[in-house]
Design a binder for this molecule. Structure first.
Ligand code: NAG
Ligand code: NAG
Ligand code: NAG
Ligand code: NAG
Ligand code: NAG
Ligand code: NAG
Length: 176
C-alpha cells in the first residue's frame, strides 16, 4: 500500500513539474497599470471604434500571433510578427490623433506598450528589438500637439504655469 502511495506521489510531483514548465514559457507582457497580458491580449481591448477602424491591421497581427503556437517567444519576437504588431499600434495611434481623444487603454497606440513588448522579447526570447521596430511615427497630416508628446519637463512647466496663474487670480480677487 505504502509503495503504491509513494509511486503515485512520485508521478504527481513529476506531472506538477511538467505543468509548471509549460506555464513558465508564457510570454508575459507587463503593462503599466494593467499587469501581465499574453500576446493574444496585447492588441485587443474594449474600444469598438479603434478595433473596427483598424480591423485590417488587427486581424493581420492577431493571425501572426496565433500562428506562434504555445506562445513561442522566438516566433512572437520575429521581425514579421513584430512589424504587424507595430502597424496595428500605428493605426490605433493615427486614429486617436485623427479623433483627438485620449488613449482608452494602455495598449492603444502607446509607445509604452511597445516598449513593454520589447522588454518581454528580451526576457523570454533574448531578442533585442531595435528602436525602428517599436517606434510610432506621427502621421504626415499631423497639425498640432498631442498629449503623448508632452515630455515630463513640459508637463511640469505647464502645471506650474497653471498654478501661478491660478494663485495670481486669487490674489487679484483678494486684494480688490
Ligand atoms: C510569467 O509570469 C509568471 C507568473 O505570473 C511566471 O511564473 C513566469 O515564469 C513568467 N514567464 C516568463 C517568461 O517570465
Ligand atoms: C508578470 O511577468 C513578469 C515577467 O515575466 C513576472 O516576473 C511577474 O511575476 C508577473 N507578474 C504576475 C502578477 O504574474
Ligand atoms: C496596416 O497598416 C499599414 C500602415 O501602417 C498599411 O500600409 C497596411 O496596408 C495595413 N494593412 C492592412 C492589412 O490593413
Ligand atoms: C518557435 O518559433 C521559431 C521561429 O518561428 C521556430 O524556428 C521554432 O521551431 C519554434 N519552436 C517551437 C518549439 O515550436
Ligand atoms: C536584455 O536583457 C539582458 C539580461 O536580462 C540585459 O542585460 C539587457 O540590458 C537587456 N537589453 C535591453 C536592450 O533591454
Ligand atoms: C499552457 C498553459 O497555459 N498552461 C496552464 C497554466 O496555468 C493556468 C492556471 O494557472 C492554466 O489555466 C493553463 O492551462
Amino acid at each position: 500500500m505504502q509503495f503504491i502511495a509513494l509511486f503515485i506521489a512520485f508521478f504527481a510531483a513529476l506531472a506538477g513539474r511538467a505543468y509548471a514548465q509549460i506555464n513558465a514559457t508564457t510570454f508575459n507582457i507587463t503593462l503599466p497599470g494593467l499587469g501581465n497580458v499574453t500576446a493574444n491580449q496585447f492588441l485587443s481591448f474594449n474600444d469598438a471604434d479603434l478595433t473596427t477602424k483598424c480591423s485590417g491591421n488587427l486581424t493581420a497581427a492577431n493571425n501572426a500571433i496565433s500562428a506562434c503556437t504555445n506562445n513561442n517567444a522566438t516566433c512572437l519576437c520575429s521581425p514579421p510578427t513584430v512589424r504587424l504588431i507595430l502597424e496595428c499600434e500605428q493605426c490605433y495611434f493615427e486614429q486617436l490623433i485623427a479623433e483627438n481623444r485620449a488613449m482608452p487603454d494602455v495598449r492603444a497606440g502607446n509607445a509604452a506598450a511597445l516598449t513593454a513588448y520589447a522588454t518581454a522579447c528580451n526576457a523570454s526570447a533574448g531578442v533585442v528589438l531595435i528602436a525602428d521596430q517599436t517606434t510610432l511615427t506621427l502621421p504626415s497630416n499631423w497639425d498640432g500637439p498631442y498629449g503623448q508628446f508632452l515630455n515630463a519637463g513640459a508637463t511640469v512647466f505647464g502645471v506650474i504655469c497653471t498654478i501661478v496663474l491660478g494663485v495670481g487670480a486669487i490674489t487679484v480677487v483678494n486684494t480688490m
